[in-house]
Ligand binder design. Structure first.
Ligand code: C5P
Length: 287
């Protein structure tokens, strides 16, 4: 049996450069994995794919499909298609990462299944090949296969590894309600951003270890879209910065807001200040 963890991701920046001929958007994002993760166990079975999921720990868990449309299941299928095999696998997924939250929860499961199948069946595919399989399942899956700190361009699959971000504490606040990524992009197109994050400058600042200056420039062009339905995002940001966060921003297409702090006590204080009846709150670390 193989155990893999599908880590959640946050966007230190998210920029949209335009719409591509294939309908997807040309992205420029600094992505970062965190320690909060789903757990995936893979067992060899003679044939076919059996998928089991426990999503009782997360809000909105009942919205996640527990069938062959789940990204974890689709990842195993995509793996077999590329391998030209019919590798059997029983996949058991324990969800910890909220869904439709801007944290790549589903994509991280797909990535974990792809990495796990490669180990379970000793196929020895390169990381590049695993990422090719991942892209068939979703735009964020290649990053979730690689993890760490990356610049992601194209649909999100053109990855450049960046020096590892320092190991700060991360508070994740996921308000009740979900955001469909596809719909967020459509709303963005109706009102594209006029101000974009200075991605190159941020990378230089991070490379130089000048974190405080880098934090001032973090931004996400999808945040104004999410704010229309989730004005509480601004409230969370205010509470986070007023209580010692070095930076507070929405992740991905939202609605999760993250705060980065230097120490655990500050992270716990922020988590306490936010009304837990309106949101699911996690204290985790860069990972
Ligand atoms: O690739 P994935 O299936 O995760 O994307 C979900 C939706 O987000 C797509 O159907 C598309 O509408 C939108 N998307 C996009 N441009 C990207 C990534 C996603 O328009 N680079």
């Amino acid at each position: 049996m193989i155990t893999e963890f599908g880590k959640a991701k946050i966007n230190l920046t998210l920029d949209i450069l335009g719409v591509r001929p294939d309908g997807y958007h040309e992205m420029e994002m600094i992505m970062q994995t965190v320690e909060l993760a789903d757990k995936i166990e893979l067992k060899k079975i003679p044939e076919g794919i059996i998928f089991k999921m426990d999503a009782t720990e997360i809000f909105g868990g009942d919205l996640i499909p527990a069938d062959e449309t789940n990204l974890a299941y689709r990842a195993a299928k995509a793996f077999n298609e590329v391998a030209g095999k019919n590798f059997g696998a029983e996949i058991s997924l324990q969800k910890k990462v909220p869904a439709a939250a801007g944290l790549a929860g589903g994509s991280s499961d797909a990535a974990a299944v792809i990495r796990g199948m490669n180990k379970l069946y000793e196929t020895n595919f390169s990381e590049e090949k695993l990422c090719e399989i991942g892209l068939k399942v979703g735009s964020d899956v290649p990053f979730c296969i690689v993890g760490g700190t990356c610049l992601a361009k194209g649909r999100g699959e053109k990855l450049t590894k960046l020096p590892a971000m320092k190991k700060m504490f991360v508070v994740l606040v996921k308000p009740h309600g979900e955001i469909s990524t596809g719909r967020a992009f459509k709303s963005y197109d109706a009102e594209p951003a006029k101000i974009h994050p200075p991605t190159e400058k941020i990378i230089s600042l991070l490379n130089a270890g000048n974190y405080d200056e880098a934090f001032k420039n973090f931004s996400n062009v999808l945040q104004p879209v999410a704010l229309k339905d989730f004005p509480i995002i601004s409230e969370y940001e205010k509470i986070m910065t007023a209580n010692g966060a070095k930076v507070a921003l929405m992740s991905g297409s939202g609605p999760t807001v993250f705060a980065l702090t230097e120490d655990e006590a500050t992270a716990r204080k922020i988590a306490e200040k936010i009304d837990g009846s309106d949101a699911q709150i996690f204290v985790t670390r860069i990972g």
